[in-house]
Write a protein of this length. Structure first.
Length: 652
């Protein structure tokens, strides 16, 4: 039976949702290499890794056989499926709504596609019209403004296709409708003219304004932003929502910035068109603007597709209006930042300047320094809350405590809450160790929904033990069944300085080490006699751990999937083991410090504080590592997807 004809909306959703690494790693063992992944090509008899997958470009390519394309093409070629079948399978996999088309719908779609082509044509011609007008006598003031007030070079003006909309009421109307003979309805649908009240004629939407074209990712003009001269209002006027232009799904200059975002591994979001233009002109080209609205989830996903570390920097004005703009523009990004799924930072320029003003009086290196030093969003939020508080005044001090407690109460990650409670207590105490402990206790009690057992002697709960046991089991299964990763596992365990802690895991690891010391295989990638067979024979004489050891020798569908994701499983499992160890050490040092007399044993107290701080730092590093691992890939490993959830349950 032929696959149903899918609606374009479904196809677009699948293209946006299907991650190339996620799809390919189902069929190819991928290894991280720089910002890309490599593996053996599935389309020919590949002896060495010549198959490359780029997350930033969402593209695969084989340097040997030349196969290449996106996620959909990969599955079409690999499984010999039609385009419709692949899209349908992916839509079901990602639980997307599936819309099909009847014959009459297909006819309507054809008309719609024809309409879009005509709108693209009209908008492209309009952009040329505005650029031409900028070079005419009527655009002289606008050109002078760009070159002198904005200090833009001719090549920058050309690169961003800046133009000028003449002051007349029907200048553009006359050009497009009367001269070029485009239907009035089409020009209106492009958002370029507005019907007069009463329906008698039309007038130009943009008049006497600097014109800034807005492009889609293919570089096609889809709308305009117009800046007024003098006191005219509104200062900035954007195109209305049209068949082509959806403000909530568009980022200004992303078509020009996406390559630089991938290269720099971070995206910078600023407030205005000219901030973007000024930064690009200065050579900082990983910059976009959000068109004055809160970032939607669709816009966020577009940005995160190009940055592996999921780093987004907001640079809005440092004054009160700029802070409000930052809060408004963050939008749905806040929830992702709270969950750790995006590394959100805030850059504030001194003296309330915007990037355009700052660059007119400072070197590019000065801005780059500010960018590199931008604090994490939560740190910025805390600094903002305390900025106008006189902490020597009891009422303002208590207000600061309450504001911070409310902010930290929204953090869903228990370990992150613990970290910030401790840091905030240190900031507020200003070096007073005794006060730090008391403030930390006060903050814990005020954080909404928080049950933090900072003084509990109990460490390993059932939930924690289950998580630790599963991570150790995964490493052992990989080691037994996949010779090619054994060196990597030994190296990862050594670097993290962790050991297997579950009884039957320690026993099995000891057997492996003894076996390899006395009966090493010819090399580390092949076994004359599989390791699992030799272990099975060796462990038959040791009945102490019974079935628990032999369960690790068995393969099921889940384990086979993990074998395909060996590097990812290794990183995540070792990080989990190390984090459990760090938490245990931190609690031990914290308990000793709380029992130490600071007056009679100051050196011991300082030593214990340093150890607590060191463990906190390492826990933070491990948290960042977990956030950097692709969450799409993590979701395919059943136990890893619950990593943070399980850790939070441990705290409770």
């Amino acid at each position: 039976m032929a696959a149903p004809r899918l609606h374009p909306d479904t196809i677009d959703q699948v293209k946006q949702r299907a991650d190339i690494v996620d799809v390919v790693s189902e069929h190819v063992v991928l290894r991280k290499q720089g910002k890309d992944f490599v593996g053996l090509c599935p389309f020919h008899d590949d002896k060495s890794p010549s198959f490359s997958v780029s997350p930033a470009k969402q593209f695969y390519y084989c340097f040997s056989c030349g196969a290449g394309g996106n996620a959909i093409k990969f599955l079409m070629e690999l499984n010999k499926q039609s385009f419709g079948d692949v899209v349908l399978d992916l839509a079901r996999r990602y639980q997307l709504s599936i819309k099909t088309m009847e014959p009459e719908q297909r006819q309507a779609l054809q008309r719609k596609l024809s309409l879009r082509d005509q709108l693209y044509e009209i908008l492209a011609l309009t952009a040329q019209f505005f650029q031409h007008a900028l070079r005419q006598p009527q655009g002289e003031a606008a050109l002078t403004y760009l070159e002198q007030a904005r200090q833009l070079r001719p090549e920058t003006i050309q690169h961003f296709e800046l133009g000028y909309a003449p002051a007349g009421w029907q200048t553009l109307y006359g050009y497009l409708v009367e001269q070029k003979r485009y239907p009035v309805e089409l020009v209106e649908q492009a958002g370029l003219i507005v019907p007069r009240q009463g329906g008698k004629g039309h007038y130009d939407r943009f008049r006497d304004r600097l014109m800034i074209p807005i492009h889609d990712l293919q570089g096609r003009v889809i709308g305009f932003g117009g800046r007024a001269f003098g006191e005219a209002q509104p200062k900035y006027l954007n195109s209305p929502e049209t068949e082509l232009f959806d403000k909530g799904n568009t980022l200004f200059a992303l078509d020009k910035a996406r390559g630089a975002i991938a290269k720099d591994d971070r995206a910078v979001v600023v407030e205005g068109y000219f901030d973007v233009i000024a930064l690009h002109a200065a050579g900082i080209t990983n910059v976009v603007a959000s068109l004055g609205t809160a970032l939607s989830l669709a816009q966020v996903k577009q940005l995160l597709r190009y940055t592996e570390s999921k780093q987004v920097v907001f640079n809005f004005d440092a004054d009160a209006a700029g802070q409000r703009a930052a809060d408004r523009a963050i939008g749905e990004l806040a929830n992702l930042a709270y969950k750790g799924e995006v590394q959100l930072r805030i850059l504030t320029i001194p003296d309330g300047k915007d990037p355009d003003e700052f660059l007119q009086n400072h070197a590019v290196a000065d801005y780059q320094t500010l960018l590199n030093d931008a604090p994490l969003w939560l740190d910025w939020q805390i600094q903002t809350l305390l900025a106008d508080k006189d902490l020597d005044q009891p009422d303002q001090f208590q207000q600061g405590i309450q504001s911070i407690a409310k902010l930290l109460g929204d953090l869903p990650n228990a370990s992150l809450r613990t970290h910030y409670i401790h840091r905030c207590a240190e900031w507020l105490s200003r070096g007073n160790a005794r006060l730090t402990v008391q403030l930390e206790s006060d903050l814990r009690t005020q954080v909404r929904g928080q049950r933090w057992h900072g003084k509990s002697q109990k460490w390993q709960t059932a939930g924690d033990r289950t998580l630790l046991e599963e991570s150790e089991a995964q490493l052992l299964r990989l080691y037994i069944n996949l010779p090619g990763v054994r060196t990597e596992i030994r190296s990862a365990l050594g670097l993290a300085d962790v050991q297997f802690s579950i009884g039957h895991h320690r026993f099995l690891w000891q057997q492996i080490q003894e076996l390899e010391a006395t009966e090493p295989p010819p090399d580390d990638t092949t076994d004359e006699m599989p390791l699992v067979s030799r272990l099975h024979e060796r462990c038959l004489d040791h009945a102490g751990y019974g079935d628990r050891v032999f369960l690790l020798f068995q393969l099921d569908e889940k384990i086979e999937r993990d074998l395909l994701r060996a590097p990812l499983v290794i990183r995540t499992a070792v990080a989990c083991m190390e984090r459990v160890l760090c938490e245990k050490r931190r609690r031990y040092f914290l308990d000793r410090w709380q029992k130490t007399d600071l007056t009679s044993h100051p050196d011991e107290s300082r030593y214990l504080q340093q150890q607590i701080y060191r463990e906190n730092q390492r826990i933070d590093e491990l948290d960042r590592l977990q956030r950097q691992i692709s969450f799409t890939d993590l979701a395919q490993i059943p136990w890893v997807g619950e990593f943070y959830q399980a850790l939070e349950e441990v705290k409770r």
